[in-house]
Structures are given as C-alpha cells and as structure tokens.
Design a protein around this ligand. Sequence first.
Ligand code: SAM
Length: 219
Amino acid sequence: MVHLAVPGPPLCLCPLCSAPPPQGTAAALAVDGTDGPWRLHRAREAGHTGRLCGLDPDGAALDRASGRGGIEWVLGRAEEAVWEGEFGLAVMASNVFQVFVTDDELRASLAAIRHALSDGGRFVFGTRNPQARAWEQWNPANHVDVTDHMDRALRVSHFVESVVGDVVTFTGTTATRAGEPLRIDRTSLRFLDAGRICAFLGDSASRTRRATGTGRVGR
Ligand SMILES: C[S@@+](CC[C@H](N)C(=O)[O-])C[C@H]1O[C@@H](n2cnc3c(N)ncnc32)[C@H](O)[C@@H]1O
C-alpha cells in the first residue's frame, strides 16, 4: 500500500493519527489493496474531500475494495505508477515495503512514488524491524484459527523455507481445522535495516531530481 500526501497541514490516513484532514486540499494515494481501502474509506468518513486513490496489483483485493464509493482504484504495481506530482501524501504501510525483494524493484518503486508526489509532498511508510526476527515465529506450531467470510472454520500456518541474507522465503497454508490443506501460498519478503532503507530512499530522491526536465529516470 502506498498512501500519497498533500502540502500544508499534515494529513495522515493511518488510524494512529487522530488529526482531522484538511478540507479540499489533499490528494492521497494508498498502495495496498488489503489494508489500504479501509484507511482511505476512514479518511473520507473523517471529512477528507480531496482525491483518494488506491493502488494494488491484486485484482481480487481491488474488487473487494471497489464497493467503497468516492475512491479511485488502480490495478498495478508501485513501480509501474506513472503519476507526476499529483499527490501531496503517499503512505505505504501494512508490510508492503517487504514485498520489494530485489534492489531494482525497490528503487523503481520508490522512484515512482517520489515522482507521484507534488513538491513538498510526503511519503509515509511502515516497515518491519529485522532485529525482531519475526520469521522465527513463523512455524506450524504457531498456527492461527480463523473463520472466513463464508463462516468456515480454518487454520492458517506458516513454514519458513529459507533465510538468505535479508530475504525470507516461506509458505502460508490455509487448511481445515483437521489439517487438510486448501491453499498454499509461497512468498519472499525482504527485511532491510534502517541504514539500508535510508540509502535506498536517498537514491530514489536523487534519481527523481535528476529526472527533472529530461524525462523520467528510474522507471
Ligand atoms: C504482504 S501483503 C500485506 C497484506 C496486509 N496488509 C498485511 O499486513 O498482512 C502486501 C500487499 O502489497 C501488494 N503488493 C505486492 N506487490 C506489490 C507491488 N509491486 N506494488 C504495490 N503493491 C504490491 C499485495 O498485493 C498486497 O496487497
């Protein structure tokens, strides 16, 4: 999820921020079709009257989100975004930062987000702290029992296949409570420390500045 921001008083779409949004001045983009929709919806309910936009490559997630009116939904990846200076705030929360596994993918995504921001725009994001080593808890013994939207009793568990450098590859299994697998998803997530994140952010900012007047760089 990327949420984009506005110049002027801070606009935060996150539930942790209780500041009322400025009226009619903001355009915001959310990259994340899972948690982004309710954040955008919440911003609208809180009185935000400007443009609100959500971006995610997961069509099913966007289909679920599109029932919420007054918000623009765009199917696509962050690195494919072609907005130019249209948003005052970009927010990328809820573990999305971890999905950019390669340097090129991360650089291109950050450059696209930077390019989508207006002058003085802000990029707000969350990322997981690698020092917490969360993946060490991702094993079948720590399964979670859930009930889905069709009222089915399910069990969700994880299994780490490998940890190579800062990239963790794991499976997520959705099963019946009796243990019959219904769906298995395999994913890699990257856990960067603060120093490396700052380096990537600085790189994307300078790449975008160099692009001014000469066409877009880093896409
Ligand atoms: C790890 S999930 C986060 C799900 C949920 N927010 C959570 O915290 O469990 C990552 C989200 O980012 C989206 N995503 C994956 N690749 C992306 C990309 N290249 N650009 C933007 N969003 C991406 C996925 O479709 C998904 O909605």
